[in-house]
Design a binder for this molecule. Structure first.
Ligand code: PEP
Ligand code: MN
Length: 347
C-alpha cells in the first residue's frame, strides 16, 4: 500500500438509481478516490426503510468501472451476495458491522469467498468487542483470503454522545499494535452520523496512522435514501482531502513529525477518556451526596478518605507514578467531590 497517501473509498451509502450512481461516479472520477462504494443490499435496523436496490445495482457498478476506471466496492452479507458480487467483478467486498457480530454469517461469507483474489474488508462489530472483530478476520484468513483489511466504523452505545457510533479509538489502536501489517481504514461517516464531524474524525484517524478513509458521498446528500445526514458532496470530499494533514514518510523530518503526531493523537484519546471517567466518578459522588442528605450525614468522612488514598498510592507506585503526584491528584479530585456534595446537601 502506498503510505504517502491514504486509500480513499467514496460513494453513496446506497445505490438508488442508475443515474444517481453514474452521476456521483463521474464527479469522483478525477479525484484521489481509489474505490467507488455503493450499498446494494442495505442492513436496516428497522423494517420499512429502504433496503437497497438489489442485484440490479451491481450492473450499475460495472458500468462505473467501465466508464470511469474507478474500482468498485460493496457490502456482502450472505453467500448469495458474494456470488453475485464476484460475478459482477466487484473489486472490494466488505462485511458490515451487523454481520461481523455473527460468526455463522462470517463463516458463510468466508466459505463463499474462499481463495478469492479480491480485497475483503471487515468492519468492526457494532459492539466494542475486539475478539469478535479479530475472529472474523481469522475466519477470512483461514479461507486463504490474502488481501484482507479492517474498517473502523465506531460502536453503538446507549449513551447519547455527539457521535452516531462512538469511536473508542483505543480498540483500533490495540488492533493496529497487534497486527501492524493489516490495513486499517477509517469510516468517519458512520462514526460521525453528521457531516460536520467528518473532517475531525478523519484527521484523528490519519494521525493515528490509519491507512485510508471510507467517506459516504452523494450529489444530493439531504435527499439520500439512507444516511442523509452524514453524506458529503463530491466537492466537499475533495476539499476534505485537500485540507487533511497527510503523513508523508519520505524523509527523517517528516517521519519524526508523523511519529509525534501519532503519539499526540494517542495522548488526546487518553485525555478524553480521563475526562470521561472523572465525569462518571463525579456522578457517583453526587449520588453519595444525595444519600448523605437523606440520612443527614456529614460530607467529609476521614477514615474512608484515608483508606482510598493509601490504596491509590500503592497502585500508583506500580504504574510508575510518584506518591506526591497521586496525593496531589486525589486531593484535587476529592475537593471537587466535596464541592459537589456540599452543593447537593445544601440544596
Ligand atoms: C454502510 O457502509 O453503509 C453500512 C451499512 O455500514 P455499517 O455496516 O458500518 O453500519
Ligand atoms: Mn451508510
Amino acid at each position: 500500500m502506498d503510505l504517502s497517501h491514504p486509500l480513499v473509498i467514496a460513494g453513496p451509502c446506497s445505490a438508488e438509481t442508475e443515474e444517481q450512481v453514474m452521476g456521483i461516479a463521474h464527479a469522483l472520477k478525477d479525484t484521489d478516490v481509489n474505490y467507488y462504494r455503493a450499498g446494494i443490499w442495505k442492513p436496516r435496523t428497522r423494517p420499512g426503510n429502504f433496503e437497497g436496490v438489489g442485484a440490479i445495482g451491481l450492473k450499475w457498478l460495472q458500468r462505473v468501472k467501465e466508464e470511469t476506471g474507478l474500482k468498485t466496492a460493496t457490502e456482502v452479507a450472505n453467500r448469495n451476495h458474494v456470488d453475485l458480487a464476484l460475478e459482477h467483478d466487484i473489486d472490494l467486498l466488505w462485511i458490515g458491522a451487523r454481520s461481523t457480530v455473527s460468526p455463522f454469517i462470517v463463516q458463510e461469507i468466508a466459505d463463499a469467498l474462499k481463495g478469492t483474489d479480491r480485497v475483503v474488508m471487515v468492519k468492526n462489530p457494532v459492539n466494542p468487542d475486539l475478539s469478535l472483530w479479530l475472529g472474523a478476520v481469522e475466519r477470512l484468513h483461514t479461507a486463504n483470503i490474502e488481501k484482507l483489511g479492517v474498517i473502523h466504523r465506531g460502536f453503538s452505545t446507549y449513551e447519547k454522545t455527539k457521535y452516531r457510533n462512538i469511536p473508542e479509538w483505543q480498540l483500533a489502536i490495540e488492533l493496529q499494535t497487534r497486527f501492524p501489517d493489516l490495513p486499517l481504514i477509517s469510516d468517519p461517516s458512520h462514526i460521525s452520523g453528521r457531516r460536520d464531524l467528518i473532517f475531525d474524525v478523519s484527521q484523528t484517524a490519519l494521525d493515528l496512522n490509519f491507512d485510508g478513509l471510507m467517506i459516504e458521498t452523494h450529489r444530493d446528500p439531504d435527499n439520500a435514501w439512507s444516511d442523509a445526514a452524514q453524506q458529503v458532496t463530491p466537492s466537499r470530499l475533495v476539499q476534505i482531502m485537500q485540507d487533511l494533514r497527510i503523513r508523508k514518510e519520505t524523509d527523517q523530518e517528516a517521519e519524526y513529525n508523523s511519529m509525534l503526531n501519532n503519539l499526540r493523537a494517542q495522548i488526546d484519546v487518553i485525555d478524553n477518556q480521563l475526562i470521561e471517567i472523572l465525569g462518571r466518578r463525579m456522578k457517583v459522588a453526587d449520588s453519595i451526596g444525595s444519600l448523605k442528605k437523606q440520612r443527614n450525614v456529614a460530607v467529609l468522612q476521614t477514615n474512608r478518605w484515608n483508606a482510598i488514598l493509601g490504596k491509590m498510592i500503592l497502585e500508583g507506585e506500580g504504574k510508575g507514578l510518584s506518591e506526591e503526584f497521586v496525593l496531589r491528584m486525589f486531593k484535587a479530585i476529592h475537593q471537587e467531590s466535596i464541592n459537589h456534595q456540599e452543593k447537593i446537601i445544601n440544596s
